[in-house]
Design a protein around this ligand. Structure first.
Ligand SMILES: NC(=O)c1ccc[n+]([C@@H]2O[C@H](COP(=O)([O-])OP(=O)(O)OC[C@H]3O[C@@H](n4cnc5c(N)ncnc54)[C@H](OP(=O)(O)O)[C@@H]3O)[C@@H](O)[C@H]2O)c1
Length: 247
């Protein structure tokens, strides 16, 4: 099951997982988009569910249970807000932070919590959490987005360790994409890889049991952020970003 499977990386993942013979469920907030994906890929199951809604999450769990359950929960749904200058007073700072955190971080914890016993009961199962290269270095155009991804990375490391203490077979993968050419990355002034390239790397990582899947420039930036954090910050935040920071 892929959350946020109607566009971008999630839609590409649905395509590639179907191609390797998986049964695929996608979710999203927009019924029209779900219907359109279902029309193109009649073999998948599309369920309207907002990851930020407790009621929707419970509905999703009940529905999936009646379908026989899942083996992989791929937490892909995510949002980013347009840049604002945090140095200027603005009511939107809190509202947007809450919106991003509810979807990118808290929604994932809620879904994992709902599905964890189901997943642990399977012979082989996995959770895939999506963080980002921005979990290592914050982008000043997207402060809470970056914070939500850093939170996701710390949570993922802890969840993995807690399951290990329980001697559970449930695997917890972390996908760390670089900039990927989707609607979300529109306007981000960095070179992007395609969703196809990202999902191919994800599937290779899953096949090789590579729990931390750093793709493309994320690998290099990870190393730079360890040895030269100021340089890493400058790479992610070129001077021209300042022009995009509105009040
Ligand atoms: N693109 C990048 O450069 C990049 C880099 C690093 C990490 N990532 C991460 O990769 C993931 C996918 O990003 P993307 O670039 O594919 O984004 P995208 O093109 O904007 O697609 C996001 C998908 O998530 C769905 N979605 C958004 N909010 C949702 C919610 N509350 N509940 C259910 N579905 C929701 C959207 O459909 P609806 O809006 O119709 O619900 C859409 O299907 C995100 O977690 C993102 O943070 C992306």
């Amino acid at each position: 099951m892929i959350t946020g499977g109607t566009a971008g990386i999630g839609l590409e993942a649905a395509k590639q997982f179907l191609a390797v013979g998986a049964k695929v469920i996608i979710t999203g907030r927009n019924q029209g988009k779900l219907d359109s994906v279902k029309k193109t890929y009649p073999n998948l199951t599309a369920i309207k569910s907002d990851v930020a809604s407790a009621d929707d999450a419970q509905f999703l769990y009940n529905k999936v249970s009646t379908l026989g359950g899942i083996d992989i929960l791929y937490n892909n749904a995510g949002v980013i807000s347009a840049p604002l200058n945090l140095g200027c007073a603005n009511d939107k700072h809190y509202d947007r932070a809450a919106y991003e955190m509810n979807i990118n971080y808290l929604g994932v914890i809620r879904l994992n919590n709902l599905f964890i016993e189901m997943l642990k009961s399977r012979k082989e199962a996995a959770i895939i959490n999506t963080s980002s290269l921005l979990s290592y270095v914050p982008m000043n155009l997207a402060p809470t987005y970056s914070a939500s991804k850093a939170a996701m990375r710390f949570y993922t490391v802890s969840l993995r360790d807690h399951l290990k203490i329980q001697k559970s077979n449930l695997k917890v993968f972390e996908l760390l994409p670089p900039v990927v050419a989707t609607d979300m990355a529109h306007g981000i002034p960095q070179k992007a890889i395609t969703p196809e390239q990202l999902v191919s790397a994800l599937i290779a990582g899953l096949s090789n049991d590579k729990l931390t899947i750093r793709v493309g420039i994320t690998k290099l930036l990870y190393i730079i952020s360890r040895f030269a954090p100021k340089l890493a910050y400058t790479i992610v935040n070129p001077a021209k970003n300042a022009n995009m920071l509105r009040s």
